[in-house]
Design a protein. Structure first.
Length: 453
């Protein structure tokens, strides 16, 4: 049996709060119920009911043939109908009638389609307020409205507000289900992946927050699963893979913005009493290689310890451990991991003929989206551009030569040299023959260029 290593250096202890970073007062403040909200003056109930029924009877095309009747309704007509319906519902049933909230949410979706995200946000907020009045501030009935608001903030590129509302949604889940309930795990995964995407779109020094938040969410979720189900459960594998990716992003952040040093002065190596201690965030960055390796090693150990796992899964996990080593220049360790994967395949007659799928040709190793920067060059006619090349990849997985075959929609010949330089920064899992890493020539490769800013 293989030991299960801890995936995180200085990992949180069991039961650490998933909500440690969530601004709880935001959710509580926004949940406050205004006592001064009053229903509009009552009108004639009979008339109001007639108005509600009339909303569903929109004008039909008089020239339409029987069986082929079409409704001639514009978005403005629908908005006016929704507003009229809301007014009538409030008159008949009061400001906080659940039907008013449903109508507001429907109107908000229409406003989103029209691109009126300010109006949509106001309508969603009112609908969510009505949901709280009727079902309490912890009601998961608020989720559709919160997700609608998140969609509008995404459309407006308001990353901060997206993060706040995702945190508020997680707060509702924990309040509704409990801290240790496995039903919160899909949402934890969703939020952590969004933080990685947010960082990928803007990998600035300040965006480290997204990586730290993603790391803490996933580490807490792994802790939850391990203590409820046991460390050997296959359920934990997607979370461990997420943690590997997160640590790769943290390592990439360290490459972009070295942590632990300032003006050439390394805090890590300094023993002076004047040296500033590293923050928890900086420690996560510095330990990203070790933490990612531990997470990948735990994936391997989990698969080898679980009889339900297949040898195909075990081979893939060992190969990915080798990839991790190779990304950080640990060639000897990578070779050992690849060799173990090969040996496992040799013990399974059903897999010996499938080794080409994993090791038959070089594969680019990237735990981030594989794209090349366009360097400000826009494609013709708005088409997505890509580079097609033939590469020479050595036994260490390094690109030693790149022959550009095609650069779609890019006319500037000087870009070829820039693209070649970027291709040489990529790292590949080399071809493996009899368990050994070998070089490859004339390797076909295609990669999209990043969209122009």
């Amino acid at each position: 049996m293989m030991a299960l290593p801890s995936p995180v250096a200085g990992a949180a202890t069991p039961g650490d709060d998933l909500l440690v970073d969530i601004p709880r007062r935001q959710a509580l403040n926004s949940a406050a119920i205004r006592e001064d909200d009053q229903a509009p003056p009552a009108g004639d109930p009979a008339t109001d009911r007639a108005d509600l029924q009339a909303i569903d009877r929109m004008p039909l095309d008089e020239d339409a043939e029987a069986g082929d009747m079409t409704i001639d309704v514009t978005p403005a007509d629908l908005l006016a109908a929704y507003q009229h319906q809301i007014d009538a519902q409030q008159t008949l049933h009061g400001t906080y009638d659940p039907g008013v909230g449903e109508s507001l949410a429907a109107m908000a979706r229409l406003l989103q389609v029209q691109g009126d995200h300010d109006g949509a946000l106001m309508a969603y907020q009112r609908a969510m307020h009505i949901q709280r009045v009727n079902n309490g501030i912890y009601s998961l009935g608020q989720e559709p409205m919160l997700r609608g608001m998140i969609d509008s903030y995404l459309a407006r590129n308001d990353t901060e507000s997206v993060g706040q509302h995702l945190d508020q949604l997680l707060w509702l889940y924990v309040k509704s289900y409990g801290q240790g309930d496995p039903r919160i795990l899909p949402l934890v995964t969703e939020i952590s992946e969004w933080h990685l995407q947010a960082y990928d779109q803007n990998p600035s020094r300040k965006s480290l927050y997204h990586l730290v938040r993603a790391h803490r969410l996933v580490a807490s979720a792994i802790d939850l699963v391990s203590h409820q189900v046991g460390g050997g459960t296959l359920t934990v594998l997607p979370l461990l893979r997420n943690l590997v990716v997160t640590n790769f992003y943290l390592a990439d952040h360290q490459r972009r913005y070295p942590v632990g040093s300032s003006e050439g002065f390394s805090f890590r190596t300094n023993t002076s009493p004047m040296a500033e201690p590293l923050s928890q965030e900086e420690l996560l960055v510095i330990n990203s290689y070790q933490n990612g390796r531990r997470a990948q090693e735990q994936i391997v150990a989990t698969l080898f310890n679980n009889p339900e796992a297949t040898n195909t899964d075990r081979i893939q996990a060992l190969a990915e451990l080798g990839d991790w080593y190779l990304l950080f220049g640990r060639v000897t360790s990578a070779q050992e991991a690849y060799r173990k994967a090969w040996q496992v395949a040799m013990t399974d007659p059903e897999l010996t003929g499938k080794l080409d799928t994993v090791f038959g040709s070089p594969r680019v190793i990237s735990l981030q989206p594989s794209r090349l920067p366009r360097r400000g060059l826009a494609p013709a006619d708005g088409d997505a551009a890509q580079v097609v090349a033939r590469l020479t990849v050595n036994a260490r997985g390094e690109v030693k030569d790149a022959d550009i075959v095609e650069l779609d929609s890019v006319d500037d010949p000087s870009v070829s040299q820039l693209v070649t330089q970027e291709l040489k920064k990529l790292r590949f899992r080399p071809r493996i023959v009899n368990g050994e890493m070998v070089a490859s020539n004339d390797v076909p490769f295609a990669l999209p260029l990043l969209a122009a800013d």
